[in-house]
Design a protein around this ligand. Structure first.
Ligand code: PLP
Length: 408
């Protein structure tokens, strides 16, 4: 008899985005003339940079000619892209990462989700709350979570991110083996200082743990004292894997390109205490289950590292950050406290009550859609996430509607 992986039955169905869609549809039906502005989604809205389009065209022409056609590429990614990543994203900031430690992929979501396969199933995982749901759900699927009770899984060590700790979790008082961190954070928009990140690296070294550092939003960091990569911290190479994505950096959410860094010196242990290089395990996994990102996409990603590409990427980030600054200013002027928005496209607003009530109020009185924070974990209750991914005009209109509705 064929049987299922029963861990899947433990997954909590996330009604978050379908509930939002239902409420928005009901509102639109009841008020067909009201224009709704969506500041809920985490998807970008602006076109790909010009350099990418040009690189795509050139690569498509190469694929149309027998002399320059390319079939399967290296699973780890073409060296022309991995070398650019290593020198520009890491070595230029003093982080000692080389091209052979980079794994190009079709998304940070898959990498974040797949990486747990190379670790034992009976390890202790530490996951922030609120959180990008992929970290939790993929561990539930793998059987690490235990049962779900009172809004949390039994075997997960939750790292609370609250206003009290500035949305940067405190070190746990008990040991953990695999620690997820995400900065700039989705959904809170919080960032971490080098000193705080150093504490986490030291914790990982002392506990023989590994940190999975999700830096998908690093492009939005404006404050140069903040780390863009965990490898800016000494000793992190031995205990951290980092995830990056071109999705938010350059509008690649629909184009798909990302990468994961697994340093050669990063290790974990077998049951007898012998050390193994995670790089060896990940290269085995990656080459077995993945056949590489398409050549034109990798050429488009490479183009982002040219001088023109850098200027165009910066313009994209600046565009969304201008929206974020406006949201932050308006929300603060209304007397509400918020985090994020300065080095991040997300603004995390404290509604001091129920997230869904806050959501309904904004929709009904201002015709603005946000994301209720409760959907990201227990600690998100009372908050909403406002996203800066929209046109400046729409953001301005949304903010003036909220102000005029005198909700607060
Ligand atoms: N990591 C975080 C924290 C995200 O918020 C997202 C997307 O919203 C991703 C990773 C996914 O990135 P990608 O588009 O590369 O799969």
């Amino acid at each position: 008899m064929i049987r299922i992986n029963e861990n899947y039955l433990k997954l909590q169905t996330s009604y978050l985005f379908s509930d939002i869609a239902k409420r928005v549809a009901a509102f639109q039906k009841a008020h067909p003339d009201r224009e709704i502005i969506k500041l809920g989604i985490g998807d970008v809205t602006r076109a790909l940079p010009r350099v990418c389009i040009e690189a795509f065209h050139r690569a498509a022409d190469e694929m149309g000619n027998d002399a320059t056609f390319r079939g399967y590429g290296p699973e780890q990614g073409y060296l022309f892209l991995r070398e650019k990543i290593a020198t520009e994203d890491f070595q230029a900031r003093g982080a000692d990462i080389s091209a052979d430690e980079i794994f190009v992929s079709d998304g940070a979501k898959c990498d974040n989700g797949n990486i747990q396969e190379i670790f034992a199933t009976d390890i202790r995982i530490a996951i922030p709350d609120p959180v990008y749901p992929v970290y939790i759900d993929t561990n539930v699927m793998a059987g690490r979570s235990g049962d779900f009770r009172d809004g949390r899984y039994d075997n997960v060590l939750y790292l609370d991110s609250t206003a009290e700790n500035g949305f940067v979790p405190n070190l746990p008082e008990e040991p953990a083996d695999l620690i997820y961190l995400c900065f700039p954070n989705n959904p809170t928009g919080a960032t971490i200082t080098k000193d705080r990140l150093r504490e986490w690296v030291e914790f990982a070294r002392e506990n023989r743990a590994v940190i999975l550092f999700d830096a998908a939003y690093q492009i939005f960091i404006q404050d140069d004292s903040l780390p863009r990569s965990i490898y800016e911290i000494e000793g992190a190479r031995d205990v951290a894997i980092e995830f990056r994505s071109f999705s938010k950096t350059a509008g690649f959410t629909g184009t798909r390109c990302a990468y994961t860094v697994v340093p050669q010196t990063c290790t974990a242990y077998d049951r007898n205490g012998a050390r193994h290089a995670l790089h060896d395990l990940w290269i085995r996994r990656h080459t077995t289950k993945f056949n590489g990102v398409s050549y034109p996409v990798q050429r488009a990603a490479e183009a982002l590292y040219s001088d023109e590409g850098k200027t165009q990427v910066k313009a994209l980030a600046d565009f969304y950050l201008k929206n974020a600054a406006l949201i932050r200013r308006e929300i603060s002027d209304m007397g509400l406290s918020c985090a994020g928005g300065e080095n991040s496209p997300y603004i995390w607003v404290d509604g001091k009550g129920d997230s869904w009530k806050f959501f309904d109020l904004l929709l009904e009185k201002a015709g603005v859609v946000c994301t209720p924070g409760a959907g990201f974990g227990k600690c998100g209750q009372g908050f909403i996430r406002i996203s800066a991914f929209n046109s400046f005009e729409n953001v301005r209109k949304a903010m003036s509607r909220i102000r005029e509705a005198k909700l607060f």
